[in-house]
Ligand binder design. Structure first.
Ligand SMILES: Cc1ncc(C[n+]2csc(CCOP(=O)(O)OP(=O)(O)O)c2C)c(N)n1
Ligand SMILES: [Mg+2]
Length: 588
């Protein structure tokens, strides 16, 4: 038996879990765990703020499907990572966060840098642990990774008191072991995420699908978490049923597929919103009837029967009671559904004629594309036009990250996602400041891919300091700031719903100077103010691969995101812009 101290055991356990990279920032309580990192093959990326570590771990997880790992100290280190934990919890992102804690005898004494980390994070983690013995460390680490990555994925936190990892303290000595799978499942007796669906429910769902005249597949982020994109495509093609992809599911079904309707929701396109609204059957796969999708709930898709598939039984009936609820892994359940539909078809069941529904859908698509008013000479750039240029200038497997606000909605609307895991986004929590660190994490996980972040000027100012991390670590991400000089999304609501009374939303176009700031952080800084400058700066940014690049686009403050279903309204009241799309032009 090898004797290790708790700190060494923790790092060794991470190595055993296959961790290649972790994001973090040390401090007093976690010092003993930082020491063995020097001798470990794990790459540690030193962030400038713990929020950055959390979002980097999330970006890494989004892009790779592997759990992201972050490590921070006690007290303020731990509280600084609460936002990423909440973000990962809302978006079901697998993540393991290790926090230092004051020594066991000091817990509860208001010791220096003590906070009740497990208490604070209880409601934003899938599970959290306060380890009390060095000998428990390998088992707790295995449990944490198992919980983070199985069932509905999510963040798991391990709080580690200093005395049990500190080589100076005899309490940190332990005999190394690596627990078996059996030991892990024995230690979590109440945790049995279901995988395959109930056969009777699968059959009932297949019958509903074959009986429906106006079905729509409502694909959510769970498709990506379950690695079910291929199965989804097979189901859609087998049945000829159109698919909407929520903000969390962009890329789960290719935007250029004839059955793809794109994004539904508050700022979704007219056809995606209205087809759900008029459907007689919604096949909800790994989606959760979020208020941004349903609009006013009592008016949502009133004629639709509901099939709801989710790995988390708590989602079934949480918002809308399903006619058929299936608890299981999306990929496995879709595969079972495909078999059940084939069986029924072979035994003679045929769906009703859906040609009228299909032509209604294509009529909506023709009448209501995403559209924006053309760029006028001498005016600030149209943000949508910038995004179209960017979209058309990068490899199709580029990973796109975004912040939260108008720019996020335009990015989702105007990008053409062709592959799963190319969209990294804060959907549920809507965390400003997500995109810069998330892009860094995504690039660390997928160094072979081009990674762009589309950010707002407001968001950028929240976490931009992580570009220092990216420059120091040579992580060549590219950031496009859509600088509209405003907290634009809030401005839009004040314009539309508060009589244009703009309260505390103006940021200034020139303060800070984004180009100088980028350069000060070790990045290349570029700026485009006129339409002719857009393409050259994008080409320049794409040609730089040895350091991060920040491109500031001066965009029109008055531009609003459309379509829009205003808060509290039903999806029937979707507002489309009152101008005509330009025939054949960009945006048409
Ligand atoms: C941390 C945080 N604080 C506040 C908000 C509320 N909020 C949502 S969008 C937005 C404006 C974002 O501004 P900017 O980054 O410039 O993006 P724009 O809407 O202008 O594209 C704000 C303040 C939020 N989502 N997250
Ligand atoms: Mg802005």
């Amino acid at each position: 038996m090898t004797e290790l101290n708790g700190g060494q055991a923790l790092i060794k356990a991470l190595e055993m879990e296959g961790v290649e990279v972790m994001f973090g920032l040390p401090g007093g309580a976690i010092l003993p765990v930082y020491d063995p990192i020097i001798d470990s093959p794990i790459r540690h990326i030193l962030v400038r703020h713990e929020q950055g570590a959390g979002h980097m771990a999330e970006g890494y997880a989004h892009a790779t499907g592997r759990p992201g790992v972050a490590m921070v100290t006690s007290g303020p280190g731990a509280t600084n990572i609460v936002t990423p934990l909440a973000d990962a919890y809302m978006d079901s992102v697998p993540m393991v966060v290790i926090t230092g804690q004051v020594a066991t005898p000091s817990i509860g004494t208001d010791a220096f840098q003590e906070c009740d980390t497990t208490g604070i994070t209880q409601s934003v983690t899938k599970h959290n642990f306060l380890v009390t013995k060095a000998a428990d460390i390998p088992l707790v680490v295995r449990e944490a990774f198992h919980l983070a990555t199985t069932g509905r994925p999510g963040p798991v936190l391990i709080d580690v008191p200093k005395d049990i990892v500190d080589p100076m303290n005899p309490a940190s000595a332990m005999d190394w072991y690596w627990p078996s799978d059996q030991a892990v499942s024995d230690s979590l007796p109440g945790y049995h995420p279901s995988t395959t669906g109930d056969p009777a429910a699968i059959k009932a769902a297949a019958q509903l699908i074959l009986a429906s005249s106006r079905p729509v597949i409502y694909a959510g982020g769970g498709i990506l978490k379950a690695r079910a994109a291929e199965a989804l495509r097979e189901l859609a093609e087998l049945t000829g049923i159109h698919v909407v992809t929520t903000l969390m599911a962009r890329g789960a079904f290719p935007d250029d597929h004839p059955l793809c309707l794109g994004m539904p929701g508050m700022h979704g396109n007219y056809t995606a919103v209205t087809s759900m609204q008029r459907s007689d059957l919604l096949i909800a796969l790994g989606s959760r009837f979020d208020d941004r999708i349903t609009g006013k709930l009592s008016g949502f898709a009133q004629e639709a029967k509901i099939i709801h598939v989710d790995i988390d039984p708590a989602e079934l009936g949480k918002v809308r009671r399903p006619d058929v609820g299936i608890n299981g892994d999306c990929r496995l359940v879709i595969e079972e559904l495909i078999t059940a539909i084939r069986d029924l078809t072979e035994s003679g069941t045929t769906p009703p004629d859906r040609s009228a529904w299909k032509s209604t859908i294509s009529g909506w698509q023709e009448s209501y594309p995403y559209a924006y008013e053309p760029q006028e000479d001498g005016e600030a750039l149209k943000p949508q036009m910038v995004l179209e240029h960017l979209r058309d200038s990068v490899p199709e497997d580029t990973i796109l990250c975004s912040g939260v606000g108008q720019h996020q909605m335009w990015a989702s609307q105007y990008w053409k996602f062709r592959h799963p895991y190319t969209w990294v986004n804060s959907g549920g929590l809507g965390t400003m400041g997500f995109s810069v660190p998330a892009a860094i994490g995504a690039k660390v996980g997928r160094p072979d891919r081009m990674v762009w972040a589309v950010d707002g000027d407001g968001c950028f100012q929240m976490t931009a300091q992580e570009l220092v991390t990216a420059a120091a670590e040579r992580i060549p991400v590219k950031i496009a700031i859509l600088n509209n000089a405003y907290l634009g999304m809030v401005r839009q609501w004040q314009e539309m719903f508060y009589d244009e009374r703009y309260s505390e939303v103006y940021l200034s176009p020139d303060l800070p100077d984004y180009v100088k700031w980028a350069e000060a952080m070790g990045c290349v800084g570029l700026r485009a103010e006129s339409p002719e400058e857009i393409q050259p700066v994008i080409d320049k940014a794409n040609s730089i691969d040895d350091r991060p690049v920040v491109v500031e686009f001066r965009t029109d403050s008055r531009e609003k995101v459309f379509p829009m279903v205003a808060a509290g309204k039903t999806n029937d009241e979707i507002q489309v812009p009152d101008f005509q799309p330009r025939p054949g032009g960009r945006g048409a």
